[in-house]
Design a protein around this ligand. Structure first.
Ligand code: GUN
Length: 285
Protein backbone atom coordinates (compact mmCIF):
# COMPACT_ATOMS: atom_id res chain seq x y z
CA UNK A 1 0.00 0.00 0.00
CA UNK A 2 1.27 3.42 -0.90
CA UNK A 3 2.03 5.92 1.83
CA UNK A 4 -0.32 8.90 1.58
CA UNK A 5 1.71 12.10 1.92
CA UNK A 6 -0.88 14.03 3.88
CA UNK A 7 -0.45 17.77 3.67
CA UNK A 8 -3.06 17.99 6.39
CA UNK A 9 -0.94 16.06 8.92
CA UNK A 10 2.31 17.74 7.95
CA UNK A 11 0.72 21.21 8.03
CA UNK A 12 -0.63 20.67 11.55
CA UNK A 13 2.85 19.75 12.74
CA UNK A 14 4.64 22.67 11.05
CA UNK A 15 1.96 25.14 12.18
CA UNK A 16 2.51 24.01 15.79
CA UNK A 17 6.23 24.79 15.39
CA UNK A 18 5.38 28.22 13.96
CA UNK A 19 2.94 28.92 16.81
CA UNK A 20 5.69 28.19 19.34
CA UNK A 21 8.07 30.59 17.54
CA UNK A 22 5.41 33.32 17.55
CA UNK A 23 4.86 32.86 21.31
CA UNK A 24 8.62 33.14 21.83
CA UNK A 25 8.69 36.39 19.82
CA UNK A 26 5.85 37.81 21.92
CA UNK A 27 7.58 36.74 25.15
CA UNK A 28 10.66 38.67 23.95
CA UNK A 29 8.37 41.69 23.44
CA UNK A 30 8.72 41.45 19.66
CA UNK A 31 5.67 42.02 17.46
CA UNK A 32 3.62 39.20 15.93
CA UNK A 33 4.60 38.51 12.31
CA UNK A 34 2.28 40.50 10.06
CA UNK A 35 1.32 39.31 6.55
CA UNK A 36 -0.66 41.41 4.08
CA UNK A 37 -2.29 40.24 0.86
CA UNK A 38 -3.50 42.25 -2.10
CA UNK A 39 -6.42 40.60 -3.88
CA UNK A 40 -7.58 42.15 -7.15
CA UNK A 41 -11.09 41.26 -8.32
CA UNK A 42 -13.35 38.41 -7.24
CA UNK A 43 -11.96 35.32 -8.93
CA UNK A 44 -13.41 32.53 -6.75
CA UNK A 45 -10.20 30.43 -6.61
CA UNK A 46 -8.02 33.46 -5.74
CA UNK A 47 -10.53 34.67 -3.12
CA UNK A 48 -10.58 31.19 -1.56
CA UNK A 49 -6.76 31.00 -1.45
CA UNK A 50 -6.48 34.42 0.15
CA UNK A 51 -9.19 33.64 2.73
CA UNK A 52 -7.29 30.44 3.56
CA UNK A 53 -4.10 32.43 4.10
CA UNK A 54 -5.88 34.87 6.41
CA UNK A 55 -7.29 31.93 8.42
CA UNK A 56 -3.82 30.38 8.70
CA UNK A 57 -2.42 33.65 10.08
CA UNK A 58 -5.05 33.70 12.81
CA UNK A 59 -4.35 30.07 13.66
CA UNK A 60 -0.61 30.57 14.26
CA UNK A 61 -0.88 34.00 15.93
CA UNK A 62 0.18 36.20 13.01
CA UNK A 63 -1.52 39.49 12.18
CA UNK A 64 -2.97 39.77 8.69
CA UNK A 65 -4.25 42.57 6.49
CA UNK A 66 -6.29 42.05 3.35
CA UNK A 67 -6.40 44.75 0.69
CA UNK A 68 -9.21 43.99 -1.74
CA UNK A 69 -9.18 46.03 -4.96
CA UNK A 70 -11.73 46.08 -7.80
CA UNK A 71 -10.85 44.17 -10.94
CA UNK A 72 -10.79 47.40 -12.99
CA UNK A 73 -8.08 48.89 -10.76
CA UNK A 74 -5.49 50.91 -12.67
CA UNK A 75 -1.85 49.86 -12.76
CA UNK A 76 -0.92 53.12 -10.96
CA UNK A 77 -3.39 52.50 -8.12
CA UNK A 78 -2.08 48.99 -7.62
CA UNK A 79 1.49 50.32 -7.56
CA UNK A 80 0.42 52.95 -4.99
CA UNK A 81 -0.95 50.20 -2.74
CA UNK A 82 2.31 48.27 -3.12
CA UNK A 83 4.34 51.37 -2.22
CA UNK A 84 2.14 51.86 0.84
CA UNK A 85 2.93 48.31 1.98
CA UNK A 86 6.63 48.79 1.20
CA UNK A 87 6.80 51.79 3.51
CA UNK A 88 4.52 50.46 6.28
CA UNK A 89 6.99 49.21 8.91
CA UNK A 90 4.24 47.27 10.71
CA UNK A 91 3.87 44.89 7.74
CA UNK A 92 6.68 42.33 7.60
CA UNK A 93 5.75 40.67 4.33
CA UNK A 94 3.04 40.64 1.70
CA UNK A 95 1.83 38.96 -1.45
CA UNK A 96 -0.04 40.11 -4.52
CA UNK A 97 -2.35 37.23 -5.40
CA UNK A 98 -1.89 36.03 -8.99
CA UNK A 99 -3.20 35.92 -11.65
CA UNK A 100 -3.91 39.64 -12.09
CA UNK A 101 -6.64 40.90 -14.45
CA UNK A 102 -5.87 41.58 -18.11
CA UNK A 103 -4.48 45.07 -18.54
CA UNK A 104 -2.25 44.87 -15.48
CA UNK A 105 1.45 44.47 -16.21
CA UNK A 106 2.37 41.66 -13.84
CA UNK A 107 6.13 41.99 -14.36
CA UNK A 108 6.06 45.64 -13.33
CA UNK A 109 3.97 44.77 -10.26
CA UNK A 110 6.40 42.07 -9.10
CA UNK A 111 9.32 44.48 -9.58
CA UNK A 112 7.60 47.10 -7.39
CA UNK A 113 7.48 44.77 -4.36
CA UNK A 114 10.25 45.44 -1.82
CA UNK A 115 12.40 42.26 -2.08
CA UNK A 116 12.75 42.26 1.74
CA UNK A 117 8.95 41.90 2.03
CA UNK A 118 8.46 39.60 -0.97
CA UNK A 119 7.28 36.51 0.94
CA UNK A 120 6.20 34.86 -2.34
CA UNK A 121 9.83 34.93 -3.46
CA UNK A 122 8.79 36.08 -6.96
CA UNK A 123 10.96 39.24 -7.19
CA UNK A 124 13.96 38.69 -9.51
CA UNK A 125 16.33 39.48 -6.61
CA UNK A 126 14.86 36.63 -4.57
CA UNK A 127 14.73 34.25 -7.54
CA UNK A 128 18.43 35.01 -8.07
CA UNK A 129 19.22 34.47 -4.40
CA UNK A 130 17.42 31.11 -4.49
CA UNK A 131 19.36 30.04 -7.58
CA UNK A 132 22.64 30.98 -5.86
CA UNK A 133 21.69 29.21 -2.62
CA UNK A 134 21.60 32.46 -0.60
CA UNK A 135 19.18 33.00 2.27
CA UNK A 136 15.86 34.09 0.80
CA UNK A 137 12.12 33.54 0.60
CA UNK A 138 11.53 30.29 -1.29
CA UNK A 139 8.45 30.21 -3.52
CA UNK A 140 5.72 28.81 -1.29
CA UNK A 141 4.67 25.75 -3.30
CA UNK A 142 8.14 24.26 -3.92
CA UNK A 143 9.04 25.17 -0.32
CA UNK A 144 5.91 23.37 0.92
CA UNK A 145 6.81 20.31 -1.18
CA UNK A 146 10.32 20.18 0.34
CA UNK A 147 8.73 20.39 3.81
CA UNK A 148 6.33 17.56 2.90
CA UNK A 149 9.25 15.38 1.75
CA UNK A 150 11.09 16.26 4.96
CA UNK A 151 8.07 15.43 7.14
CA UNK A 152 7.78 11.95 5.61
CA UNK A 153 11.55 11.37 5.58
CA UNK A 154 11.73 10.91 1.81
CA UNK A 155 15.35 10.88 0.68
CA UNK A 156 16.13 12.97 -2.40
CA UNK A 157 19.94 12.76 -2.57
CA UNK A 158 21.09 10.96 -5.71
CA UNK A 159 17.52 10.19 -6.79
CA UNK A 160 16.16 10.85 -10.27
CA UNK A 161 13.57 13.58 -9.92
CA UNK A 162 11.39 14.58 -12.85
CA UNK A 163 9.41 17.83 -12.73
CA UNK A 164 6.56 18.27 -15.22
CA UNK A 165 5.80 21.95 -15.90
CA UNK A 166 8.16 24.92 -16.04
CA UNK A 167 6.06 27.71 -14.47
CA UNK A 168 7.85 30.44 -12.53
CA UNK A 169 5.67 29.64 -9.51
CA UNK A 170 6.23 25.88 -9.27
CA UNK A 171 8.14 23.88 -11.90
CA UNK A 172 11.16 26.08 -12.50
CA UNK A 173 11.98 26.83 -8.81
CA UNK A 174 11.20 23.20 -7.88
CA UNK A 175 13.83 21.98 -10.35
CA UNK A 176 16.39 24.45 -8.99
CA UNK A 177 15.76 23.50 -5.36
CA UNK A 178 15.74 19.73 -5.91
CA UNK A 179 19.08 19.95 -7.72
CA UNK A 180 20.65 22.34 -5.18
CA UNK A 181 23.19 21.25 -2.60
CA UNK A 182 20.72 21.54 0.28
CA UNK A 183 18.94 19.13 2.60
CA UNK A 184 16.15 17.58 0.50
CA UNK A 185 17.98 18.59 -2.67
CA UNK A 186 20.94 16.86 -4.36
CA UNK A 187 18.67 15.03 -6.78
CA UNK A 188 19.42 14.53 -10.48
CA UNK A 189 16.67 16.64 -11.97
CA UNK A 190 14.95 16.62 -15.35
CA UNK A 191 12.58 19.51 -16.06
CA UNK A 192 9.95 18.61 -18.66
CA UNK A 193 7.36 20.83 -20.35
CA UNK A 194 4.86 21.04 -23.21
CA UNK A 195 7.56 20.58 -25.87
CA UNK A 196 9.17 17.54 -24.23
CA UNK A 197 9.22 14.52 -26.53
CA UNK A 198 8.29 11.04 -25.26
CA UNK A 199 7.23 12.32 -21.85
CA UNK A 200 6.29 8.84 -20.65
CA UNK A 201 9.81 7.55 -21.29
CA UNK A 202 11.28 10.40 -19.25
CA UNK A 203 8.84 10.12 -16.33
CA UNK A 204 9.30 6.32 -16.21
CA UNK A 205 12.83 7.10 -14.98
CA UNK A 206 11.59 9.16 -12.05
CA UNK A 207 12.16 8.02 -8.48
CA UNK A 208 10.39 11.25 -7.55
CA UNK A 209 7.81 12.73 -9.90
CA UNK A 210 6.44 16.24 -9.41
CA UNK A 211 3.37 16.91 -11.56
CA UNK A 212 2.59 20.61 -12.04
CA UNK A 213 0.93 20.82 -15.44
CA UNK A 214 -2.65 21.88 -14.73
CA UNK A 215 -4.29 19.03 -16.68
CA UNK A 216 -6.78 17.01 -14.65
CA UNK A 217 -5.80 13.34 -14.12
CA UNK A 218 -3.24 13.55 -16.98
CA UNK A 219 -0.63 11.31 -15.32
CA UNK A 220 -1.67 7.66 -15.21
CA UNK A 221 0.18 4.41 -14.56
CA UNK A 222 1.86 4.48 -17.99
CA UNK A 223 4.00 7.40 -16.77
CA UNK A 224 5.11 5.82 -13.48
CA UNK A 225 8.02 3.64 -12.45
CA UNK A 226 7.25 0.99 -9.81
CA UNK A 227 7.83 2.39 -6.34
CA UNK A 228 8.04 6.05 -7.39
CA UNK A 229 7.16 8.91 -5.03
CA UNK A 230 4.53 11.11 -6.70
CA UNK A 231 3.80 14.71 -5.73
CA UNK A 232 0.62 16.05 -7.30
CA UNK A 233 0.59 19.85 -7.52
CA UNK A 234 -2.54 20.07 -9.69
CA UNK A 235 -5.66 21.84 -8.47
CA UNK A 236 -8.14 21.44 -11.32
CA UNK A 237 -11.83 22.06 -10.77
CA UNK A 238 -13.96 19.81 -12.98
CA UNK A 239 -17.74 20.17 -12.55
CA UNK A 240 -17.28 21.48 -9.04
CA UNK A 241 -14.90 18.70 -7.94
CA UNK A 242 -11.13 19.06 -7.36
CA UNK A 243 -8.84 16.86 -9.41
CA UNK A 244 -5.07 16.67 -9.32
CA UNK A 245 -2.80 16.27 -12.34
CA UNK A 246 -2.45 12.59 -11.40
CA UNK A 247 -5.07 9.88 -11.84
CA UNK A 248 -4.81 8.66 -8.25
CA UNK A 249 -6.71 5.39 -8.77
CA UNK A 250 -4.62 4.43 -11.79
CA UNK A 251 -1.26 4.83 -9.99
CA UNK A 252 -2.02 4.06 -6.34
CA UNK A 253 -0.97 0.39 -6.50
CA UNK A 254 2.34 1.14 -8.25
CA UNK A 255 3.70 4.12 -6.32
CA UNK A 256 5.44 3.91 -2.93
CA UNK A 257 4.01 7.27 -1.82
CA UNK A 258 1.67 9.89 -3.24
CA UNK A 259 0.25 13.24 -2.18
CA UNK A 260 -3.54 13.45 -2.50
CA UNK A 261 -5.68 16.25 -3.98
CA UNK A 262 -7.20 17.82 -2.00
CA UNK A 263 -5.29 17.46 1.28
CA UNK A 264 -1.78 17.41 -0.16
CA UNK A 265 0.42 20.14 -1.61
CA UNK A 266 -2.17 22.95 -1.36
CA UNK A 267 -2.03 22.97 2.43
CA UNK A 268 1.78 22.86 2.35
CA UNK A 269 1.93 25.92 0.08
CA UNK A 270 0.21 27.81 2.86
CA UNK A 271 2.79 26.53 5.36
CA UNK A 272 5.57 27.76 3.04
CA UNK A 273 4.06 31.23 3.09
CA UNK A 274 3.81 31.22 6.90
CA UNK A 275 7.47 30.14 7.16
CA UNK A 276 8.48 33.00 4.84
CA UNK A 277 6.47 35.50 6.87
CA UNK A 278 8.21 34.35 10.04
CA UNK A 279 11.55 34.87 8.28
CA UNK A 280 10.40 38.34 7.13
CA UNK A 281 9.61 39.28 10.74
CA UNK A 282 13.13 38.25 11.76
CA UNK A 283 14.62 39.98 8.73
CA UNK A 284 15.58 38.18 5.51
CA UNK A 285 19.28 39.13 5.80
N1 GUN B 1 -1.42 32.15 -7.46
C1 GUN B 1 -1.21 30.82 -7.47
N2 GUN B 1 -0.22 30.49 -6.62
C2 GUN B 1 0.20 31.66 -6.07
C3 GUN B 1 1.20 31.95 -5.10
O1 GUN B 1 1.93 31.10 -4.57
N3 GUN B 1 1.32 33.28 -4.78
C4 GUN B 1 0.54 34.23 -5.34
N4 GUN B 1 0.75 35.48 -4.98
N5 GUN B 1 -0.38 33.97 -6.24
C5 GUN B 1 -0.55 32.69 -6.59
Amino acid sequence: MAIILSGKEAAVSFKKEIQIKVKKRLAERKSAPHLAAILVGDDPASSAYVRGKVRDCKEVGFKSTLIHLKDDVLQEELIQNIQMLNSNSEIHGYIVQLPLPNGINEKEILLAIDPMKDVDGFHPENVGRMALGLKTYLPATPYGILLLLQFYGIETTGKNAVVIGRSHIVGSPMSILLSSNIEFGNATVTLTHSRTKNLEEVTKNADILIAAIGKPSFINKNFIKDGAVVIDVGINRVSGKLHGDVDFDSVKDIVSAISPVPGGVGLMTRVGLLMNTLLAADGRD
